[in-house]
Structures are given as C-alpha cells and as structure tokens.
Design a protein around this ligand. Structure first.
Ligand code: NAD
Length: 281
C-alpha cells in the first residue's frame, strides 16, 4: 500500500515537472516536426508555451496543434529577417516581453538549406547558399540567445537547439548543413560560457533521423534511415516522444548542472565506429 502511494506521489511529481515554467517553441511546421514532439511533451508536463512560425502558411498548420496544448500565444518570426524588421528574432522578443515578464526556456528547432545543394558533393556548395544556411541554421541560435537574455536571465533558464551527427562526421548529402551544425555545436559551447554567470544553460539534442519535412529535403534520406536503424545499438531511429523526453530533461531543473552539452538521442548510433558485419547484411 505504502509502495503504491509512493509510486502515485512520484508520478504526480514527475507530471508536474514543468509546472510554473514558460517557454517559446520555434520550428513547428506540422505534427511530424521535432519541435512539435518537444512541445507536446513539455505541455503534457505542465509547461506554458508560446510558439513561433516562419510565415502565414505555417500558421494555419500550427493553430490546431498549439490549441491542443492550451496555448494562445504565437508570433510570426522569420529568423533571416534583419533585426529592425517587425518579424525578426529581435522583433519577436520585444512582443514576448509585452506578454511575459520572464521566460524559463527557448527551444530552437529549425534549419534551412537549398534542397539542390543537399545532394552530390559539398565541394560544389555556392557562397550564397553557404551563407544563407549558416545564417538560418546556426547564427539564428546566437541571435535568439542574445534577444532572450533580458527575459531568461531574471531567474535563470535553458536554451535548447537541435543538431545531427552530420556535424561530427560525414553523412551522405548532408553537405553544407553538416558545416552549419558544426558551427551550431561550437556556438553552444561559447554561449554556455557567456551565459553561465546568468544561470542560463545552453545545450543541444543531436537527434537520429526523424521523418519530417526538413529530413525529406536531404537526398537519399531513405538509405540513411535504414542504415541508422540497422547499425544503432538500440536498432531503431528515435520517435518524437523520445526526443521530447530528452528535451524535458534539458529544459527542466533535472539538468540544473548541465550546460555546453550535445546530448545524442539516436539509439546510440553516434557510439558506433565500425558496425558489425551482420548488421550490414
Ligand atoms: P521540420 O521541417 O518539421 O521543421 C523545420 C522548421 O524550420 C520549420 O518549422 C520551418 O518553418 C523552420 N524554418 C526554416 N527556415 C526558417 C526561417 N528562415 N525562419 C524561421 N523558421 C524557419 O523539420 P525537423 O526535422 O523537425 O527540423 C527541426 C530541427 O531538427 C532542425 O534544426 C533539424 O536540422 C534538426 N534535426 C532534424 C533531424 C531529422 O532527421 N529530421 C535530425 C536531427 C536534427
């Protein structure tokens, strides 16, 4: 009986782990988005959420999803806009400051590169797409950190972004996006150092392949999916709720001692240098 009461209490405590915490989710395109997997888990655990969407086309798909988390706060934000634009990162945080005095976390789950350059050789990357990919997929996180600081540093908090194994090692057709993710991962360490004194933690989840719009833009994605799940020690690619659970840890007080970290949620794929022969047959 006592054990049952203890378990009930434990589960109630766990369910309310984000109670009283407010945060912004960037990057929900649809119900298959990693940002959505994270948002749902955080909301199920008591977080109050606001969302950003890239443009009006994305807003239509976001509204029914955000309503299901009881959120009524959404902001248009194209991270490539200049800081003086109404829908820039800076413009969005000015609007957030009008509705919330402080925030506890930001989840940055967005990236972009020209699909035509996510095939063939990295060698052929154009200057224009190199700069655009790094601006949207890496530099935007630094701008988010700077703009969020006045709100998130009031009582400390967590900034979280999304990376991929292609930052550390080559994966087919990932090309310039791998270079952008490397820049993003280095940014995490420098931002963690800059923001530590404000008790703001900065981390990334490096997710295994997930079937999303952005994932489908990478040529030959099917091969990467099959290879990853056959070689990963757990023998599967992560589900959205598994990425969400890892995000729950990194945005909650459970990870109060963790910053500057790249946490892999990939079934262990990153730990394999040479797969067993039987896994390749
Ligand atoms: P997704 O297509 O569902 O989400 C990508 C989001 O990026 C969209 O909401 C889109 O609106 C947003 N975006 C693109 N350009 C933008 C801009 N200029 N301004 C504002 N928003 C912009 O795909 P996803 O796979 O969920 O991607 C989320 C993150 O996860 C990305 O950083 C991606 O690189 C990363 N990731 C994905 C995988 C995977 O296999 N899908 C694996 C590891 C990491």
């Amino acid at each position: 009986m006592l054990a049952l009461l203890y378990l009930k209490q434990l589960s109630e405590d766990t369910m309310s782990i984000m109670n009283g915490k407010k945060g912004l989710i960037m990057g929900v395109a649809n119900e298959r988005s990693i940002a959505w997997g994270i948002a749902k888990t955080l909301a199920d655990n008591g977080a109050e959420l606001a969302f950003s969407y890239q443009n009006q086309g994305f807003k239509k798909r976001l509204i029914p999803l955000m309503t299901s988390t009881k959120s009524d706060k959404s902001f248009e934000c194209d991270v490539s806009k200049e800081s003086n634009d109404f829908n820039s990162i800076e413009g969005m945080f000015e609007k957030i400051a009008k509705i919330w005095k402080e925030i506890d976390f930001v989840v940055h789950a967005l990236a972009y590169s020209d699909k035509e350059e996510l095939k063939g050789k990295y060698l052929n990357c154009s200057r224009e797409n190199f700069l655009n990919t790094l601006n949207i997929s890496a530099f935007s996180f630094t701008r988010v950190a700077k703009s969020a600081l006045p709100l998130i540093s009031l009582k400390g908090g967590s900034l979280l972004t999304l990376s991929y194994l292609g930052a550390e090692r080559t994966t087919p057709n990932y090309n310039v996006m791998g270079v952008a993710k490397s820049a993003l991962e280095a940014s995490i360490k420098y931002l963690a150092m800059d923001l530590g004194k404000h008790n703001v933690r900065v981390n990334a989840l490096s997710a295994g392949p997930v079937k999303t719009l952005a994932g489908a833009a990478i040529s030959g994605a099917r091969h990467v999916f099959r290879y990853s799940e056959s070689v990963a020690p757990l023998k599967f690619n992560p589900q959205l709720n598994e990425v969400g659970n890892a995000a729950l840890y990194l945005t909650s007080n459970l990870s109060s001692g963790v910053t500057g970290n790249i946490h892999h949620v990939d079934g262990g794929l990153h730990s394999v240098a040479i797969p067993k022969q039987e896994n390749l047959d």
